[in-house]
Design a protein. Structure first.
Length: 307
């Protein structure tokens, strides 16, 4: 991993609709070291981009049923794994629908009406069309061990993701990420890079498959290293000198999320983090420029707009 890196979160969630092809294209053209997005499994075992295990009313809107008498319609609010790809593709995921007046992305995210929920294969194909071989695909597998009714089998979805990466010849240019460390255990012998995601709510044996306090004295990095993680990826509120010391001792770089304030990013860079995961890659590019850091190369659109 080159240090330090800019990682686009859900593409560039602050600027374009998250987990969409327009969002991914925009992020590639802006220029990032890695592009992060979320994947879950549909009812017909298709890998689709979605942060939520149920269809979100904030990022998705019903348009019409796939068939006139579809008993599953409306789709918003339904589990992703209960709907087929054709049903999910009926959703408009290009317009944000804030549920509060202070939605932090409503004022900055450009609307792309008509955008549809893409598959993992479509995103990998887009990256190939851009020739973005130097941009790592950071694939977060959505899995909640406390909700097996929504998540399904972590082994199945992990193996399907790895197979799709192999099919697109992206295995060496990708990483698997998850809060559910069962996924990382499955991925240990399948993909070279594995990110152990952590936040306060998931520092629990149900998510980690171990007790990081009882088994590792509260050392999150040592716990992550024990299950084969190659990078520790914590919530920004967890990052301090002690955590950075633990990560260094465990031999793990730290990619911190989700950092949108350049001043906070600068402080974290001074602590030695290896990557900043951000909804606003443009802000981080400005920070990198001010610090004299090498910027990731913007990808060139395969179909440039003609005047």
């Amino acid at each position: 991993m080159e240090i330090p890196e800019i990682h686009g979160h859900r593409g560039a969630r602050g600027l374009r609709p998250e987990n969409t092809l327009p969002g991914m294209a925009f992020t590639l053209e802006l220029g990032v070291h890695a592009i992060e997005f979320d994947v879950a499994l549909s009812a017909d075992r298709r890998l689709v981009l979605t942060h939520d295990l149920t269809v979100s009313a904030v990022t998705s809107a019903d348009t019409a049923p796939f068939t006139e008498d579809d008993p599953d319609f409306p789709y918003v609010g339904k589990p992703i794994r209960s709907l087929t790809l054709t049903q999910l593709r009926m959703l408009d995921v290009g317009v944000r629908h804030p549920r509060t007046k202070d939605d932090r992305f409503a004022a900055t995210q450009a609307r792309v009406p008509g955008a549809r929920m893409p598959t993992l294969g479509a995103v990998l194909g887009l990256a190939s069309a851009y020739g973005a071989d130097d941009v790592r695909m950071n694939v977060e597998i959505k899995s909640d061990p406390t909700r097996p009714d929504l998540s399904g089998d972590p082994c199945e979805v992990t193996e399907l993701v790895v197979a799709e990466l192999e099919r697109h010849k992206r295995l060496d240019g990708a990483a698997i990420l998850s809060f559910d460390w069962r996924v990382l255990r499955v991925a240990r012998d399948l993909v070279p890079l594995r990110y152990a995601l952590v936040e306060k709510a998931t520092l629990d044996p149900a998510w980690l498959g171990l007790d990081h306090v009882a088994d590792f004295g509260g050392d999150i990095a040592a716990a992550a290293a024990s299950i084969g993680a190659t990078t520790l990826s914590p919530d920004r509120v967890l990052v301090d000198e002690e955590l950075m010391s633990q990560a260094a001792k465990a031999g793990l770089p730290v990619a911190v999320w989700t950092v949108n304030d350049p001043e906070e990013a600068a402080r974290l860079l001074d602590l030695g983090v290896a990557g900043i995961v951000t909804d606003y890659p443009d802000r981080m590019r400005d920070l990198w420029t001010r610090r004299g850091l090498a910027l990731p190369r913007p990808a060139v659109s395969p179909s440039p707009t003609r005047p």
